[in-house]
Design a protein around this ligand. Structure first.
Ligand SMILES: [Cu+2]
Length: 177
């Protein structure tokens, strides 16, 4: 998967200037629902207890969105925004070192159920996590969902489209305690 991510992150690093983090505190216990929009994560909790279930809902009627969650290595102090702006060779250590901790894929509103492509929706290891959507702008939702549900491959689904949604600001951070 590392090569695929490198190529995508090269775009991100080259193009992201500023991005609004859709971060907000959730309240109460139980599952936290994150809303995917064009192109941001909304209601992303800043901090959750280990084992809290994270759910994804898609507010868009046209774009499929995903929540790819990587644990940021201990000792890494830079912000997610800084990390996505790193040169490709340095991003590899963060985003290419292993599989994501979690991937949820949400079809456009009314287009079906969320797919748990990686993990069970719970982050169990304490630490800081980057939350990123890599889906290309304008990708065909059906093509992407078919690829995401297909046999395991060496990386994320490859479908046609523009730059990843992360370039439009679709990324954020969650801390698990
Ligand atoms: Cu997206």
């Amino acid at each position: 998967m590392s090569n695929t991510h490198s190529r995508r992150w090269a775009h991100v690093g080259a193009l992201i200037a500023l991005a609004a983090l859709g971060a907000a505190c959730g309240g109460g216990d139980g599952a936290k629902t994150v809303t995917a929009a064009d192109y941001s994560f909304q209601n992303l909790p800043k901090e959750v207890d280990a084992g809290t279930e994270l759910k994804l809902t898609n507010a868009s009627t046209k774009e499929v969105h995903e929540m790819v969650v990587f644990r940021i290595p201990d000792g890494e102090r830079r912000s997610v925004q800084e990390l996505v702006n790193l040169p490709e060779s340095q991003q590899e250590a963060i985003f290419g070192a292993g599989p994501p901790a979690m991937v949820l894929v949400a079809p456009p509103k009314g287009g079906g159920d969320v797919i748990k492509a990686v993990g069970d929706g719970k982050l169990t290891e304490a630490g800081r996590y980057a939350v990123v959507c890599f889906i290309p702008v304008g990708a065909d939702p059906q093509a992407y969902l078919a690829a995401a549900q297909g046999p395991p491959t060496d990386g994320p689904p490859q479908v046609a489209g523009g730059p990843p949604h992360a370039v439009q600001g679709m990324y954020g951070q969650i801390t698990v305690k």
